[in-house]
Design a protein around this ligand. Structure first.
Ligand code: FMN
Length: 198
């Protein structure tokens, strides 16, 4: 593949997906039909705890993040697992249709899962929109904005004087002079070609 970065030009947003028991940051969201209750798809990695929960539950929410989103939201929901921490402990949420939505977001969509498609690494969940609201009319964060401004969005501070490598897929920081030979990001699994030296 000559340059996979062109896929970043596919317009995608950055969302907090929640379902009963957890949730994670997702960008792989599409509206697949129109009408009063459009169908919306979300692709969730099989290795994520959220995938397990999505199979168990019948509803999910998507909170839309704006470009001014608090970095803690993305770090908590996108770089950590509910297997290890309670992601809802320090993030303010509202309860809508028995689901948690992010208070400091541009608004939310609540969907009822109507179908799912399995592939090797992801499950594509398809939901029907059953409730939605707009909290703020501000610019939504696109995935390419996130990629281009990751240091600012995540408020990345590398420890003074130390060499660090940042994962351009998820923002994980590795400290060390060189990445080990067969290194893979422990958070999102991408290979070391995705790391940039800081
Ligand atoms: C900007 C960004 C976009 C992401 N997009 C997706 C996505 O579309 N699908 C997905 O399954 N994970 C995505 N992730 C990764 C998950 O949010 C991450 O692996 C999370 O820690 C999983 O948590 P869990 O184990 O509690 O489910 C993304 C992360 C970031 C930072």
């Amino acid at each position: 593949m000559k340059n996979k970065k062109i896929t970043r030009k596919i317009t995608q947003g950055v969302y907090v997906l929640t379902t009963d028991g957890g949730g994670c940051i997702v960008d792989a969201v599409s509206q697949i039909s129109g009408g009063d209750q459009p169908l919306i798809s979300v692709a969730v990695m099989k290795k994520n705890y959220t995938n397990e929960l999505m199979h168990r539950n019948k509803t999910f929410s998507l909170s839309v993040l704006g470009i001014k989103a608090n970095s803690d939201i993305i770090k908590t929901f996108g770089l950590k697992s509910m297997r290890d921490i309670n992601k809802f402990e320090n993030i303010k949420t509202n309860e809508i249709e028995n689901l948690k939505v992010i208070d400091n977001s541009l608004g939310y969509m609540i969907c009822e899962t109507v179908d799912s498609i399995e592939n090797e690494t992801h499950t594509l969940f398809i939901g029907k929109l059953i409730e939605a609201d707009v909290y703020k009319e501000e610019e939504a964060m696109s995935y390419s904005y996130y990629q281009e401004h990751k240091d600012k969005v995540l408020k990345v501070k590398t420890e003074n004087g130390k060499t660090a490598f940042i994962c351009m897929a998820c923002g994980y920081i590795y400290y060390g002079d060189e990445l080990p030979e067969h290194f893979k990001c422990p958070i999102c699994g991408v290979s070391k070609e995705y790391f940039e030296k800081k």
